[in-house]
Ligand binder design. Sequence first.
Ligand SMILES: *[C@@H]1O[C@H](CO)[C@@H](O)[C@H](O)[C@H]1NC(C)=O
Ligand SMILES: *[C@@H]1O[C@H](CO)[C@@H](O)[C@H](O)[C@H]1NC(C)=O
Ligand SMILES: *[C@@H]1O[C@H](CO)[C@@H](O)[C@H](O)[C@H]1NC(C)=O
Ligand SMILES: *[C@@H]1O[C@H](CO)[C@@H](O)[C@H](O)[C@H]1NC(C)=O
Ligand SMILES: *[C@@H]1O[C@H](CO)[C@@H](O)[C@H](O)[C@H]1NC(C)=O
Length: 388
Amino acid sequence: MLLILYVLYFLYNVSADLMEEINSRLPEDGRLNFTELATKYGLETEEYDVITEDNYILKLFHIQGDRTKPILLCHGADNSADTYIMRGNTSLAVTLAKEGYDLWFMNSRDKKYSQRNLYLHPKDADFWNFTFHEIGIYDLSANIDYVLNKTNQGQLTLIGFSQGNQIWFVLGSMRPEYNSKVKVAIALAPVAYLNHARLPDLLTWTLINNFLKASGNHVLFGENSILTAASRTICPIMKAGAEFCINFNIFPICGADPPGLEPEFVPILIGHTPSNLVRKVLDHMVQVKTSKRFQLYDYGTVTNIVKYGSAQPPEYPVKKISAKVELLVGRNDKQAVVDDIQILKQQLPNSSYHEIDVDLWNHIDFVWGKYMKEFLYPLVLDLLKKYN
Ligand SMILES: *[C@@H]1O[C@H](CO)[C@@H](O)[C@H](O)[C@H]1NC(C)=O
Ligand SMILES: *[C@@H]1O[C@H](CO)[C@@H](O)[C@H](O)[C@H]1NC(C)=O
Ligand SMILES: *[C@@H]1O[C@H](CO)[C@@H](O)[C@H](O)[C@H]1NC(C)=O
Ligand SMILES: *[C@@H]1O[C@H](CO)[C@@H](O)[C@H](O)[C@H]1NC(C)=O
Ligand SMILES: *[C@@H]1O[C@H](CO)[C@@H](O)[C@H](O)[C@H]1NC(C)=O
């Protein structure tokens, strides 16, 4: 029964008109896009189109600063560049802009600002045939090269959140020549191994995945999906709606930190996320969790042998990531879990490890928490000074 409900959720979109009406009830900061939010908080944004080797056209935002100190910020699986601006005056974007850094915000191929390809349309199944692997190999590399070219620099700093780090672990290990282009990767809530991550269990996911595949659905939580519409309707219904969303949706997935997330912020948050989680990306994540290996996509034994020359997909050779990785870790993070980051750390040849000194610090506290300014930014700014 629950499964049927889930499936309905994923399957059906509400009309654009209804979605517009629902969005109109969100607070202003939940409705504004990246550029509009930046303007509201005093920053001017430039927009660029970056074309990947496999022909996707990605939107890259730029907030001008000291060109000798470029930073490329990479969002997680379920959000866009909005990640870094939606907290307004206390966001990382505003904070780093004040410090004079030259800021670049990527939007991977699946996110609302991108979703373009020279030859494919989002209506084509082939458009959605990728995982975080391709986002790392193609989207991240194209963005790095673009920023280095525009700023005329040899190196940049990466800041990632969640899967925004996993894509660097893919790129830095599979195309190690990119390590010389990265001064340091500051990894907020880094995800690689997912052994302990709160993801759907294999049976549930297999059922959902097969259903989605059979029904030709490539995306979960699309911009106009019923689930998105429902959460944007329920979460803003006064404090009770927000608390419902916090306790039954946000905290079970991310870890519970009641002081870190005030109910007033939830209607803003829900206006930007979840955003277009791709079926195959989630499939790859569940494979990584189930196998307990940080491995390439599993096509099944026969295709694996053809593609990889082995029945099991190879692991990402993270030992080849020579550029420094600063791991910033939350003790109460249920997606980027301490035990999983420990496994990663042992394999990264050039990394340091920092736990945020708040016991309840959870996954989203790194980008949307109420206390980033107190407990996170001093560390991030120190690290940036050290490498810039
Ligand atoms: C943001 O919204 C404004 C106003 O609707 C629009 O002109 C602009 O193109 C949007 N920017 C992006 C990146 O979608
Ligand atoms: C953001 O902070 C600046 C300076 O601290 C202030 O002038 C401005 O009014 C704030 N903006 C908003 C929208 O709160
Ligand atoms: C998806 O892309 C892979 C290559 O990355 C290819 O082997 C596979 O056939 C494609 N699948 C579909 C359904 O097009
Ligand atoms: C940037 O790219 C342009 C066009 O491809 C090229 O002509 C130029 O030399 C590049 N600049 C740098 C600094 O790499
Ligand atoms: C570790 O990273 C730092 C900063 O990126 C770099 O200078 C150093 O050469 C790296 N060490 C190794 C052994 O690669």
